[in-house]
Design a protein around this ligand. Sequence first.
Ligand SMILES: Nc1ncnc2c1ncn2[C@@H]1O[C@H](COP(=O)(O)OP(=O)(O)OP(=O)(O)O)[C@@H](O)[C@H]1O
Ligand SMILES: [Mg+2]
Length: 473
Amino acid sequence: MADSLLIIEDEKLLAAELARYFRKQGWEVELADSMDQARRKLVEQGFDPLVTLADMTLPDGNSLDLMETVRQQGRTGEWILLTGYGGVPESVRALRLGAYDFLEKPCNIDRLGTVLNGARRSARAQRQLRDQREAGGRRYLPEAFVGRSEAAQEVRRLLIRLAEVPFSALIITGETGTGKGLVARILHHSGSRADGPMIEVNCAALPRNLLESELFGHEAGAFTGAKGRHRGYLEQADGGTLFLDEIGEMDLDLQAKLLTAIEDRILRRLGGEKPLKVDVQVVAASNRDLERQVREGGFRSDLYHRLSVFRLDLPALRDRLDDLEDLLPPMVAEFNAAAGRHVKVVSDQIYRKMRRYEWPGNVRELRNAVERAVLLADGDVFPEHWLQLGDALSRASSGPEIDGNRLIIPLDGSMALDEMDSYIIQTALEKTGYNVTACARALGTTRETLRYRIQKYKLRTAAPEPGSQAVAQ
Ligand SMILES: Nc1ncnc2c1ncn2[C@@H]1O[C@H](COP(=O)(O)OP(=O)(O)OP(=O)(O)O)[C@@H](O)[C@H]1O
Ligand SMILES: [Mg+2]
């Protein structure tokens, strides 16, 4: 789409000449010959030009007033103002309102073209930023926590409720990869502090002393090496959210200082006397069993109780396998787009394999598995070969098992009915030495039924020859 340019100019000949010139340069030009007409286009019809080139004084008013209105609506887009007599107070006002440039008439049209190109670049960059910001906000709505299971729905319900409550502290627990970071971002971006900053700190990544000065800040000379004054993360998060990841790794006396900051809403920089007021919402996360850590003296119980007034426990993926069907398609689409692949078909067999797996790394592990498979896919089918889930961790206990003359069949959706049927018959065949009569007796059925099913499932009717690949016939 061509970049749009609005020219507000009452001198008809000049307006026509400018329009012709800039259309030739690839702009999509709209004209307005009065304030009133321009206002109708911009305010009433919602026309949103990338650049506006406006004569400052028009018979029915001043363009700067219109620019001010449009700016107050939070619109982006650059303004270039043309003036006949370049009054200094007006140029000051134009600059204060954030006009891109201010030119005196008459001005050389090529020079105007150069200025316009600069304004185009600047306006495009602003729009890109705005779009990214909007997309970022949408990405972190409660719906971003995907899943149809009751457990996932409950998480979303809590997120929606919490977005309405001005809480000062909250804790998210859950195994690695269950979405603690995602949930922390949703809490910030869908709550009342969305316009404030969100600062993330990983407590495990910094040694104790550094963590303290990073969190609370320091005055110049507070300790060896403390050169200038430093604002800590708590101060930086003022008016917004401080996300303390892996809080279980935080030192005990630092925990005490943190509690004071949360309860009294004040902090002192290291080496500083003056108490500073801060207004911070603290979201903490941990994949450790904090209650146990409290019992064993590794975590302060007062801080734990303060944080767990509001608490979100994220379920492990293995406990909500139904969510695989919601999680997988958007991930496939994402990696298709990122890598120019076209995977469309995910077979039932893939889903069954995934349901049989323990997912120790939860959703993160799923993302990694999907990424690998999509990147290595040839056509439009999700390649089973590249799924490569850690075999050792498969749900051995819930897969089918033989126990003497009994079979144990899982009823957790990991085997389809036909698979159970074929597994039972194949196992009975093996146990009866591939004697169809004996096998039919063992299964309480007729030989005809059995033969039919052997064909249907293409089962083995003889022991595989040693060293050869077992081929179903
Ligand atoms: N319910 C979900 N819906 C969609 N994406 C999810 C969900 N849960 C997690 N993810 C995605 O899985 C990945 C891992 O999540 P995240 O980093 O939030 O996990 P975590 O609990 O913070 O893990 P760790 O304890 O290792 O830090 C991220 O890409 C996240 O967006
Ligand atoms: Mg995390």
